[in-house]
Ligand binder design. Structure first.
Ligand code: F7E
Length: 412
């Protein structure tokens, strides 16, 4: 077990050039700054003023879509899940979507750039650590659905900034629930839950009955939020759910997460090898960790199904298959057509090309103070009761991520 050194003075878990994180709350460097009015036009926030809603814009769209069109607030819309959810809703419903963004010193709208001219997609300011902005958004928009994908979602980082993790992933949920209870009790609320809540598992695979045994500040905050969601559901008869989403990956995954770190770095190495150039070696932590890796886009239909049942209920979304970090790397190398050999083990394990060029080495800096060794979900309930299905398996997912990274680098 490693004792984690808190050397990170910058709490920004996102690379400025990154494509965004799964449940991206992005950098929190503005936590102590005054939060702007969520409905105020903010020309700094986006490329031009017309992209963010003013108060009168919100009222206009209410007028425009008075009763027929449902309004959905999607937080974390610049991250992987939020942006895929927005895409899913635009494609499969006629809802009006209000994506929320937080003031960032380094803006990152890569994942929603394609929605810029979409008339059913609007951006508003909302900061999860400011209950005033949550209340404003709920009272002004009067949403039919509130889908919360914003979070401090990087498990490893939750040891470095546990308070921020708690405020964003637990306290903020209480503020959302309170605002919904007081001002929009008809609003259906979804909070992104995590397999990390199961943590130190006692049964394989894990289903909805598995006890919560979180191993990180992140897992503990999500578990606390789960209890709050249940308490509010039962106390006030709210439609409030928190699905257990196992690891979900894709082309919009943040590069600090192991899957995207692997596909992106191997794509860079592949280009370098093709051009006989120097490259940075891939450095990883625990190669033995096993996860249930599923495609993030496949999860969005599951979330929407969860939100549209007769009664609220929490479901596990997963694939039921488990692979190690090492297997993810091997599969990526297969996609890149890089033949490799492995030498050493534990901290000394290395991946080399056939002609002895170093590809990957273990760096204990990426070990966690407490590791969740294995997670595999049992999604039988979601399949049987929601009719939820998936289109991508592990191999297709790795291929999709690697090829996307390889192409993006080629076009640079
Ligand atoms: O780590 C190991 C690491 O950071 C996966 C989030 O979406 O899924 C995600 O959390 C595994 C761990 O994701 C490196 O120790 C080895 O065992 O990609 P990850 P995560 O921690 O599983 C859950 C369901 C969420 O809810 C979270 O929000 O990979 N690992 N070497 C590494 N991990 C990272 N990040 N970097 C490495 O170099």
């Amino acid at each position: 077990m490693k004792i984690k050194q808190n050397t990170n003075t910058n709490t920004n878990t996102n690379d400025a050039n990154d494509t965004g994180d799964a449940n991206d709350a992005g950098d929190m460097d503005n936590v102590n700054h005054p939060t702007p009015n969520p409905t105020r036009i903010d020309s700094q926030l986006i490329e031009d003023d017309s992209d963010i809603l003013s108060l009168s814009d919100v009222r206009d769209t209410h007028q425009l879509h008075k009763s027929a069109i449902k309004r959905v607030i999607v937080t974390g819309v610049t991250g992987q899940d939020g942006s895929f959810m927005a895409d899913y809703l635009l494609k499969n419903t006629d809802c009006m979507i209000y994506g929320t963004v937080r003031r960032l010193s380094v803006k990152n709208y890569t994942n929603i750039h394609h929605l810029k001219r979409e008339p059913r997609f609007k951006l508003i300011n909302l900061d999860l650590t400011d209950d005033y902005s949550i209340r404003e958004a709920i009272t002004e928009i009067k949403p039919h659905y509130f889908l919360n994908f914003a979070a401090q979602s990087f498990v490893d980082g939750s040891w470095d900034y546990p308070i921020q993790t708690w405020e964003t992933d637990a306290t903020a949920i209480l503020h959302i629930l309170e605002s919904i209870r007081k001002f929009a009790p008809y609003c259906r609320f979804y909070n992104a839950g995590s397999s990390e809540e199961f943590g130190d598992v006692i049964k394989d695979p894990q289903d909805e009955e598995h006890p919560l045994r979180p191993q990180s500040p992140y897992g503990a905050a999500k578990a606390a939020a789960r209890h709050l969601v249940r308490v509010y559901r039962e106390s006030y008869d709210l439609y409030a759910v928190q699905g257990w989403l196992f690891n979900h990956e894709g082309t919009r995954r943040g590069k600090e997460f192991v899957t995207r770190k692997i596909t992106h770095t191997i794509a860079k190495i592949k280009h370098a090898l093709e051009q006989d150039k120097k490259y940075d070696v891939l450095k990883l932590g625990n190669l033995d960790a096993q996860r249930d890796w599923t495609d993030a886009e496949d999860f969005m239909s599951g979330v929407w199904l969860m939100m549209n049942q007769d009664a609220p209920k929490n479901y596990v979304l997963a694939s039921g298959k488990m692979n190690s970090v090492r297997e993810f790397l091997q599969e990526t190398l297969k996609c890149a057509n890089i033949k490799h050999k492995i030498i050493g083990d534990g901290e000394y394990e290395k991946f080399l090309t056939e002609d002895d060029k170093l590809i990957m080495e273990v760096d204990p800096k990426f070990y966690r103070p407490a590791e969740v060794h294995k997670l595999r979900g049992d999604c039988t309930l979601a399949e049987n009761e929601l009719g939820w299905t998936r289109t991508y398996n592990f191999k297709k997912l790795v291929k999709r991520m690697y090829e996307s990274d390889y192409e993006q680098l080629k076009n640079r």
